[in-house]
Design a binder for this molecule. Structure first.
Ligand code: PGA
Length: 255
């Protein structure tokens, strides 16, 4: 049984004080959840304080980072290493988010290096893949996603892939209010799982968690989460409000 993961990607929102307030508000709302894992991925600047606060509150909320630089240490001005994140208690690291691919210009080779570095440091990558609207309309969505999987997972072994998280995030659904239909989300998540089966075997495919991301809100979460191959959500906008994010994490209440 795969434990669903509801992860909040705060992007470049919330200064340190606001971030702490959000966590203080969120923790009591998700504390009763038994069989769902909740994670927050705040900006780097809030990680240390949130890590401390989460310990203080004895919270089960996991900590994630939004990015990482794939080197142990060195002259890389402005970058953050896997070990720096790990030492703060970070469990998850997002790699290959479409905003970094499209706005910052990260390519698959760089994303693959990040996945490798996160695995090597004992944290769990949340690898984001997904197609543009143009690619979807041209019937190229699966080919795009498969290409990203092939490139970004190059060098990862079967047991590593088994413990990973992949987030299917159609670019046209991110921050737009347009959500993929539950059937479309299921189709792509199932395609991803089949590809994992044929590349890494049944066991890896059975334990790997596949999230859907793109305008997940309290009112569409439970339907999306009810899909067989959707094991959770990567939530942007709605993760910035504790009641909304908690309602998404409580999706089982609606089913
Ligand atoms: P959104 O963002 O929920 O605001 O669409 C999702 C994401 O970018 O991970």
């Amino acid at each position: 049984m795969r434990k669903p993961l509801i992860a909040g990607n705060w992007k470049m929102y919330k200064n340190n004080v606001e971030a702490m307030e959000l966590v203080r508000e969120l923790v009591p709302l998700v504390t009763e959840l038994q069989d769902v894992e909740v994670a927050v991925c705040p900006p780097f600047t809030a990680l240390a304080d949130i890590s401390r606060l989460a310990r203080e509150l004895d919270s089960a909320v996991s900590l994630g980072a939004q990015d990482v630089y794939p080197e142990e240490e060195g002259a890389f001005t402005g970058e953050i290493s896997p070990a720096m994140l790990k030492s703060l208690g970070v469990a998850y690291v997002i790699a290959g988010h479409s905003e970094r691919r499209e706005i910052i210009g990260e390519n698959d080779e760089f994303v693959a290096a990040k996945v490798r570095a996160v695995l090597d440091s004992g944290m769990t990558p949340i690898l984001c893949v997904g197609e543009t609207l143009q690619e979807r309309e041209a019937g190229e969505a699966s080919a795009k996603v498969q290409g990203q999987l092939e490139a970004d997972l190059a060098g990862a072994g079967e047991s590593e892939v088994a413990g990973m998280v992949i987030a299917y995030e159609p670019i046209w659904a991110i921050g737009t209010g347009k959500t993929a239909t539950p059937a479309d989300a299921q189709d792509m998540c199932s395609f991803i799982r089949s590809w994992i089966t044929s590349t890494y075997g049944d066991e890896a495919a059975a334990s790997l968690r596949i999230l859907y991301g793109g305008s997940v809100k309290p009112d569409n979460a439970s339907e999306l989460m009810s899909m067989e191959d959707v094991d959770g959500a990567l939530v942007g906008g709605a993760s910035l409000k504790a009641p909304d994010f908690a309602a998404i994490a409580n999706f089982k209440q609606d089913t």
